[in-house]
Write a protein that binds this ligand. Structure first.
Ligand code: AMP
Ligand code: MN
Ligand code: MN
Ligand code: MN
Length: 283
């Protein structure tokens, strides 16, 4: 079975419209799919309103990827299968929307001090109606000739630990996890290897996440080696967490991940998160 529970459309920082992304997922043979835009469910809402005709037999789940803070580290939590109209989730997403705007102002101030005037208006223009984020600043910096490409923008200015990496606006991990759970969803700790934490710290993070109601972690999240996947599966089993898979697809990049992951590639002892499990929970 082919699953993809972590993808982005242009409702956040992905390149494709939600409907086009869905069509590509169908074409890639994905059978269970979630659109998980950063801090918004706008793209998923549009898909749901367009109806099942768009995706035929493919199961479409509600999704989002929340920006949170734990022990000074920006941690992403994927929410799946929740009621997108639940008031607790709604309030949480409003808070994150405000946090993104506030953060954009802070990033812009810092870039302006480095001799890049007009950063806020520029990034806002890049974002349009999408949820504004660092990739929009990167795109503007490239367009202005401040950097050669988006990678360089992250390496020099926006990536982890750089001047434009402002994480303080995000809600605590436990709180945002609680919003997903309150709305009847499953909370998944996204891409555990991207935080570059020591294994001891990562385990502490996963423990705190589980204590807050988190029940799964990604064992595959786009480009990673088979060895990393096996390692994450072992970690999920050891931590008593369900295993989730998603490509974290944003666009057709040369070396980027493809949509979908064949879960028969996972070791037999993991407890896999599937649409059936999510539905069984909701029933
Ligand atoms: P934000 O959600 O605004 O904090 O921006 C984070 C997003 O930037 C991630 O979800 C990625 O899509 C993108 N990103 C992170 N690191 C890089 C990088 N080194 N190069 C390009 N894009 C990146
Ligand atoms: Mn992104
Ligand atoms: Mn992420
Ligand atoms: Mn993502």
């Amino acid at each position: 079975m082919i699953i993809d529970f972590h993808t982005h459309s242009h409702a956040s920082d992905g390149a494709l419209a939600p409907g086009d992304l869905l069509a590509e997922a169908v074409a890639a043979g994905v059978q269970q799919f979630a659109l998980t835009d950063h801090d918004t469910v706008a793209g998923y809402r549009a898909l749901r309103e367009a109806g099942a005709a768009l995706h035929g037999n493919m199961q479409l789940l509600a999704g989002t990827e929340l920006s949170t803070l734990w022990s000074g580290v920006g941690i992403h939590v994927v929410g799946l299968g929740m009621d997108i109209d639940h008031p607790v989730l709604h309030a949480g997403l409003e808070r994150l929307d405000a946090a993104r705007r506030e953060r954009a102002g802070l990033i812009a101030e810092r870039l302006e001090k480095l001799g890049m005037p007009g950063a806020l208006a520029g990034a806002q223009a890049e974002a349009g109606v999408s949820q504004i984020g660092r990739p929009h600043f990167a795109a503007w910096m490239v367009a202005q000739g401040h950097v050669e490409d988006a990678n360089r923008a992250f390496d020099k200015y926006l990536g982890a630990g750089k001047i434009g990496d402002v994480e303080t606006c995000w809600p605590p991990l436990a709180e945002a996890t609680g919003w997903i759970v309150a709305a009847g969803g499953i909370a998944v700790l996204a891409h555990p290897l991207k935080y570059r934490m020591t294994r001891t710290k990562l385990k502490r993070c996963l423990q705190d996440f589980a204590a807050a109601g988190g029940s799964a972690m990604e064992v595959y999240s786009g480009r990673q080696t088979e060895e990393q996947t096996r390692d994450l599966c072992k970690l999920a089993v050891a931590m008593g967490l369900l295993a989730s898979v998603g490509s974290d697809f944003h666009a057709h990049w040369d070396h980027g991940p493809r949509l979908g992951f064949d879960v028969s590639r996972l070791p037999g002892d993991v407890e896999l998160l599937t649409a059936e499990r999510l539905e069984g929970r909701a029933a």
